[in-house]
Design a protein around this ligand. Structure first.
Ligand code: HEC
Ligand code: HEC
Length: 263
């Protein structure tokens, strides 16, 4: 290619110039302002991860242990009345009778949801809130007893038998799960699973705040059977009315992806 052999000094100069250009490009990338796009992302959402099919899964979040007993709060009339009075602080976001207000507060009064949610999960969620979302942590202002009354009230709105949950740890292929999430779930739950903060109508299922309180068995049940009376339809492989049919393996892959990328 070259007529004469290139002197070593010239090689160093060329290499140096290449390195400088490369550094400059990196700097620019680091400083780039987020450009406005058609689908705004949550301000605190992490960068889109690179696809690494063979990378070992990073444990972003592990399934919390399922509750020993699905139901631990007694639904007495006294509790329900006390819970109903306390619910006045929730109604603005969750709506009358907890039917939800799309994009503001999720529906709680839903057959499959209440069947799958244990009392411990509901109490934990109310006490800790959902960090990063508008759901406050009520544990600082309400006692355990008051939170139990709220759960009794929520149960009274939609009495249901506890669902049979499959608590097998969801070990799956993170890369496959990422594809399922991107193709099917992200449209409603947001590209990073940030939920309402990504102008999506589904909740923030990619967040640690949700994943650290929701056991695999609960998530698996909702993904398969949906959340009745909401846009969250079931994805069971045998459900002929499902928008998409996901195999048990795909459901596990999706949960594994969510856990590996919890933020
Ligand atoms: C300022 C609005 C707001 C108020 C007030 C509020 N919540 Fe929430 N709540 C939310 C949002 C938003 C979420 C979903 C967050 C997410 O995960 O994306 C949520 C989630 C929940 C969930 C979990 C539902 C699910 O789909 O997983 C429960 C249970 C709940 N709230 C109960 C309560 C109770 C009980 C009160 C009153 C003591 C209350 N909330 C007050 C906004 C609110
Ligand atoms: C058509 C829109 C839509 C699609 C697609 C969708 N979801 Fe949902 N999802 C929702 C809505 C809406 C809710 C309930 C929010 C509410 O009650 O306001 C929900 C709730 C959930 C919940 C319960 C979370 C909670 O906070 O209670 C889980 C878990 C969930 N979805 C997982 C998934 C997974 C996994 C996928 C992809 C396989 C998926 N969803 C696809 C709309 C959708």
């Amino acid at each position: 290619m070259f007529a004469r052999p290139i002197p070593m000094r010239a090689v160093f100069i060329i290499l140096g110039a290449i390195a400088l250009v490369a550094c400059g490009a990196n700097d620019k990338r680091g400083m780039r302002q987020p450009k406005p796009s058609a689908a705004p992302t949550a301000p605190d959402a992490p960068a889109e991860p690179e696809a690494e099919p063979n990378a070992p899964p990073v444990l972003g979040s592990q399934s919390p242990a399922p509750a020993d007993k699905q139901r631990s709060v007694e639904v007495t009339n006294k509790r329900v009345q006390a819970g109903k009075a306390l619910y006045a602080t929730c109604v603005g976001c969750h709506g009358d009778n907890a039917v939800g207000r799309i994009g503001i507060g999720p529906r709680i009064s839903s057959e499959t949801y209440m069947a799958a949610a244990s009392d411990a999960f509901l109490m934990d969620t109310i006490a800790k809130g959902r960090a990063g979302t508008t759901m406050p942590a009520w544990g600082t202002s309400l006692s355990d007893d008051q939170i139990a009354s709220l759960v009794a009230y929520l149960r009274s709105l939609h009495p249901s038998e506890p669902a049979k949950l499959d608590h097998t740890p969801a070990q799956g292929n993170v890369a496959n799960g990422r594809a399922v999430f991107r193709d099917i779930c992200s449209g409603c739950h947001g590209r990073h699973g940030a939920g309402y903060q990504e102008t999506a109508n589904g909740t923030g299922i990619g967040r640690k705040a949700f994943l650290d309180t929701a056991p695999d068995g609960f998530i698996r049940y909702i993904v398969k059977h949906g959340k009745t009376l909401t846009q969250m339809k079931g994805f069971d492989e045998k459900d002929r009315t499902a928008v998409a049919n996901l195999s048990d393996k795909q459901v596990n892959d999706t949960i594994a992806y969510l856990r590996a990328n919890a933020w």
